[in-house]
Design a protein around this ligand. Structure first.
Ligand code: ZN
Length: 398
């Protein structure tokens, strides 16, 4: 009997130390809002300044597809467009060797702006800030890489996806590797400039920002917050530099939905729907199933590059978007569509239209989220804590 008591004490001590060790994450996933309905948002990056005809055509075709679907509230699917507001003006750069930009508000980009506005008016596009440029102009100008030099001087309007990956980061100077941090005063000025232009173009300052290549810093967050940005889309962590290999590094996190940052609130986008990389509608729907089990919204990342290459691949990838919406509405009749901004507001305010306040639902969501913390769950399985947690789940589900 004493032996059993000792064993029990030992087990409790072991389980207690696992819980203690992972307390920060376990507390964070408890604080994360618990969704009342399955929610899916396709978040599409890189639109705006760039190739004109392919983007305008793709955006118009996306409007046609999205407008065909509605959720139970009669709401169309919302695709968020993370917008880039300028690309280099190659001929002008060639002339005097200084940086010049082609702005999205110029007459050249009218067809792109019209397609964006059409989708906005139809309620299927919600706009977000990606960046004035998808790079740090001074970094690009300082680069000695011949492909970068040639890209800058090209007739354009340039396709930023063709730049070396590390040069596509806006909030570091990656002309040297490891990248160098930017002067906070320059960051502040650049953000003022991009927010003013965004406001001029779209009538209101951006409320949601998506950092290009997910490389950004606390300075950037503070400046965005001062300029009116409320939410920052993250992959669950922040990379603050590019390392010697050019890869995102200097990470902090993990971040969870509704977690406060430096004056902003984080939202997590860590699911992907890139048909050009082989993601089918079935994949998108299975991500939604996983997120709904955790009572989290499903934010699917995609890029314009899926829709602006040749006609055959564009048609194929658009058809996959179409199939995705048909499939998720068929499998999840209670699915809700929203913009990321609305979703963020709903979560932040604990709006009962979006957030489930029932304790049992909250506990079930927490248990499911804990299973997704891979290192914690391994420790839980080794110590037998997982069995105990699975038993609670099974009992609550009866
Ligand atoms: Zn991007």
């Amino acid at each position: 009997m004493i032996g059993f008591g000792l064993l029990l004490l030992l087990w409790l001590g072991l389980v207690g130390s696992v819980l203690l060790y992972f307390r920060r994450d376990l507390r964070a996933i408890w604080r994360e809002p618990v969704m009342r309905y399955p929610v899916m948002v396709v978040e599409s990056d890189d639109w705006g300044a760039g190739p004109v005809a392919p983007q305008a055509a793709a955006l118009n075709r996306l409007v046609d597809i999205l407008s065909r679907y509605r959720d139970q509230n009669g709401r169309h699917p919302v695709m968020t467009l993370a917008l880039v507001l300028a690309v280099p003006d190659g001929p002008a750069i060639r002339q005097d060797g200084q940086y010049h930009r082609l702005l999205l508000d110029g007459p050249l980009f009218a067809p792109v702006r019209q397609a964006i506005e059409r989708g906005r008016a139809a309620g299927v596009f919600a706009l977000q800030l990606h960046g004035l440029e998808h790079y740090w102009p001074a970094g690009l100008m300082a680069s000695t890489d011949s492909t970068v030099r040639a890209w800058l001087a090209d007739e354009g309007p340039g396709t930023t996806e063709r730049l070396p990956s590390h040069m596509q980061s806006r909030w570091v100077d990656a002309s040297v590797l490891p990248s160098e941090a930017l002067d906070p005063a320059e960051v502040e000025l650049a953000i003022e400039e991009e927010v003013n232009l965004y406001q001029k173009l779209f009538g209101a300052p951006p409320r949601v920002a998506v950092p290009p290549t997910f490389v950004w810093t606390e300075d950037v967050e503070r400046a965005w917050a001062r300029a009116g940005v409320e939410f920052v889309v993250t992959p669950g962590l922040r990379s603050a530099c590019r390392n010697a290999e050019g890869l995102p590094d200097c990470d902090s996190g993990p971040f969870y939905n509704n977690q406060p940052g430096c004056g902003v609130t984080y939202l997590v986008r860590d699911d992907y729907f890139e048909p050009e990389r082989g993601h089918r509608a079935e994949h998108g729907q299975s991500e939604l199933v996983k997120k709904w089990a955790q009572r989290r919204p499903c934010l699917l990342e995609t890029h314009r590059s899926n829709f602006i290459a040749d006609e055959a691949s564009t048609a194929c990838n658009l058809a996959e978007v179409d199939r995705l919406y048909a499939r998720v509405l068929d499998r999840h009749p209670d699915l809700r569509f929203a913009s990321t901004e609305e979703l963020g507001r709903g979560m932040k305010g604990g709006d009962p239209a979006w957030v489930d306040q029932r304790f049992t639902v909250h506990l079930l969501a927490w248990l499911e989220r804990a299973r997704a913390l891979s290192i914690f769950w391994k420790a839980a399985r080794v110590t037998g804590l997982a069995l105990f947690m699975n038993l609670i789940t099974a009992t609550l589900k009866i």
